[in-house]
Every structure is written in C-alpha cells, then in structure tokens.
Design a protein around this ligand. Structure first.
Ligand code: SF4
Length: 403
C-alpha cells in the first residue's frame, strides 16, 4: 500500500462495491483466476473493494488474502458440511434451539465477504434452505418459549440486511418480554465498516432497542490485527456510542492467526479498542477446510502462548469447540492428558461436566479423543440417567464424582 493507511482511500461517502466473481480481482494472474474459478463453482466467492484493499497482493501468504481469496486446497475432500450437526437443532424455519436460554435465528445467507474457512458455507449453496426470509414462525417460536432470554441473529451476516428490515425484526423481538439480549453476529465491522459509517439509521435503531436493561450485543469477528483499520475502529466507536455491547469471537486459523504473536496482537488490540475477547474457537472440521485446521492440542498451545503477552483484559476469551453436544472448553493439558469442560451443553445436566482424556496430538476435534480417564459432573448431576453418553463413548458411571 506504499505507506498509505490500508483502506484510507475510502471515504465515508463512498459506496463499497461487492465482488462476486474471481475475474473481478485484477491483482490475480490470469492463471490464478482460472484455477480458482473451479473452487468457486463449489464454494461461493464474495468480497468487496474495501476488504480487498487490505490485502498485500505481493505476498502469497498474506493472512488477509487467506480470509477471502479461494484456495485450490478447498477441493480436498475433508470434513463435513455441517460439522456441529446444527441442523438437528432446527425447531422452526431459521431457528435453532440448542441451549435453553439461547435461540439462534438464521436471518440471511449472505455476508460482507465469504470467509473461506466458514463453518456455515453450506448456507451459501443455492439448494440449502436453513435461513428464512419470512421471520414470523421463528418469532412465534421464540414468543412461545419463555425460557429464551437471548436471541442470536446470525446467518450469514444480519448487517447485510437493509436497516429497515433488520429494525422491524428487532422491534418484533423487543416486543417479547422474556427476550433480554439480542445478539447480532457480524463480521461487517471488519469486512466493510462503511456499512455502519454510512448509515445513521442503523445506529438510531441500536439506540432505540439497546436499552439500559436489555442490551443489543454485537458479536464481532476480527480474525487478524490488520483488520483494525481507522474506519473499523470508528465504526466500533459509533456502535458503542449507540449503546451496543461489543465482544469478539474468532477461530484459530492456520496461516491467518495461528502464530502466537499475531494472536497476542489481536487480543491486545481488542482490549485497547474496548472489545472483549469472548470465544476463541477450535476450527470445526468443515468440508474444504483441511488447510486451515490445526490439531486441537497445538491450537490450545498457541492460545496459551498468545495470552502470555496480554493483560488480564486481553485474555478473557475461552478456547472452545462448538461440538454437536455443546460448547466444550479446553481448560488445560499435561503431556499425558487433555482437560475438557462443558461450558454450554445441549443436555443441561452436562453443563460444567469435566472430562479428562488421554492426549491425542493428532486429534482435530472432540470426537477424536477416545480414551476417557475421568468424568465428573457437578453436584446433583452425578447419577443422571442420560440415555447414553452424548458423544457415544464408553463412560463408566463409577468415574462420576462430585465436581
Ligand atoms: S462472516 Fe461468519 S457466516 Fe459469514 S462467511 Fe464469515 S464465518 Fe461465515
């Protein structure tokens, strides 16, 4: 970028153009475009001029490039399209209900760009219908379930919706007394902060519906410190001024933020700009993602090493797997064993359940751990008569002790 601030040539007034065809990327060679078109026939491609301007095109290993530019290795047959069996938790059109307090509402199937490592890339296939345009049945489901205090709007990226449409959805949710927190899962601040900077009505909507007792949370998605451009930081400021609470979640992704120093910088920047690091995910074993994945124990080491250079505020994130049975936190390891704990669980009696498995350095996912050494549920749940282990392993009842 020859000394210029990345993205600096975009002013607030500028409308950012979306790019949906590889041949629009003139910085790629003809040969690259041809080979990558094959990838985009399988997995959709989308980015925009702003995010593309952050790429250092002369560096083939540029991490920002890896976020959005296809890679021929995506064609490798590895992983599952729905690695966390999300679809099995669908209870109404577009609504997943896995944890009692929280409903996921898949409200759109487009994003500000498409992350190549996306665990929901199935939604971008034309024939998949897990998202909805008519939200009425989903809203009815949430209204009829008073235990739901949190609704996560996701997809896709809800901020791709026109503000008028998003406002009416949020107004409907706000009319439900038991819905206290509305979360917007969005990478838009990183992908296209002009979506926020150019639209005062979006901020007005947040000001109206993020009240002092019922907040709107923005679940931001910064993967790399270079995504913190002046425009992105300004957009975060305006969202916060409007009353949104902002936290961040990111997977650890090979070649993007798998260097502990890069992850340290990401955590530090988040804390400096006032965004709480919330979850750091083990990449789900999703179709086409083999080249982004790290073995779980290696990723955990990177996570811990990254925290060494952080203040307490910068290291608030938990390292978790979004497993089909719940959010499983990796809490520690020795040379012999790995220690897991259910942070959230589809079966509420599993919340807090602590499990010690024999180390498996080549494991990518919880299902790859086979030798259970110890299994403890919290007091009162020890003798739960579960139909079977939620992850199909042979768990001895004798090993269950009060946590
Ligand atoms: S922003 Fe989220 S949903 Fe959209 S492509 Fe990236 S990871 Fe997937």
């Amino acid at each position: 970028m020859s000394g210029q601030e990345p993205g600096a040539h975009f002013t607030e007034e500028l409308t950012i153009k979306y790019l949906t065809r590889i041949d629009q990327l003139k910085r790629l060679s003809q040969e690259e475009r041809l080979s990558l078109e094959e990838v985009t026939r399988k997995f959709a491609f989308r980015t925009n001029e702003y995010y593309a301007s952050l790429i250092e095109w002369d560096d083939p290993d540029d991490p920002i490039r890896k976020v959005v530019i296809p890679d021929i290795r995506e064609l490798e047959e590895w992983g599952a399209l729905d690695a966390s069996s999300e679809k099995t938790y669908t209870v109404a059109p577009g609504v997943q209900h896995k944890y009692p307090q929280t409903a996921l509402f898949l409200v759109v199937d487009v994003c500000g760009s498409f992350c190549r490592f996306c665990f929901r890339k199935r939604l971008f296939f034309n024939e998949i219908d897990e998202t909805v345009r008519d939200y009425s049945q989903g809203i009815d489901y949430i209204r009829n379930h008073p235990g739901i205090t949190n609704v996560l709007l996701t997809g896709g990226d809800p901020l791709i919706l026109a503000t008028s449409r998003l406002s009416s959805l949020i107004a409907s949710l706000r009319s439900i007394e038991h819905v206290k927190i509305i979360r917007i899962g969005s990478k838009m601040v990183a992908f296209n902060p002009h979506r926020i900077l150019n639209d005062p009505s979006l901020l007005e909507m947040i000001r109206t519906y993020s009240t002092s007792e019922k907040r709107i949370y923005l679940m931001a998605h910064f993967n790399h410190p270079r995504e913190f451009t002046p425009q992105a930081i300004e957009a975060l400021d305006r969202l916060r001024d409007a009353g949104a609470i902002i936290v961040n979640q990111t997977p650890i992704i090979r070649g993007i933020n798998s260097d502990p120093d890069v992850l340290t910088e990401l955590f530090r920047k988040l804390s400096f700009v006032g965004v709480a690091p919330y979850y750091v995910f083990q990449c789900r074993p999703t179709l086409g993602n083999r080249h982004f994945e790290l073995p779980l124990e290696e990723a955990y080491e990177i996570f811990e090493r990254a925290k060494v250079g952080c203040s307490g505020l910068a290291k608030r994130a938990r390292f978790v797997m979004s497993h089909a049975t719940g959010k499983i936190e990796v809490v520690g390891r020795t040379s012999e064993a790995v220690y897991f704990k259910y942070h959230q669980a589809a079966h509420p009696k599993d919340v807090g359940r602590f499990m010690v498995f024999r180390s498996n350095p080549s494991a990518f996912w919880f299902d790859d751990y086979e030798e259970l050494i110890e299994d403890c549920r919290i007091a009162g749940n020890e003798n739960e008569d579960l139909p079977s282990s939620p992850f199909g392993k042979n768990i001895s009842e004798d090993s269950s002790v009060t946590g």
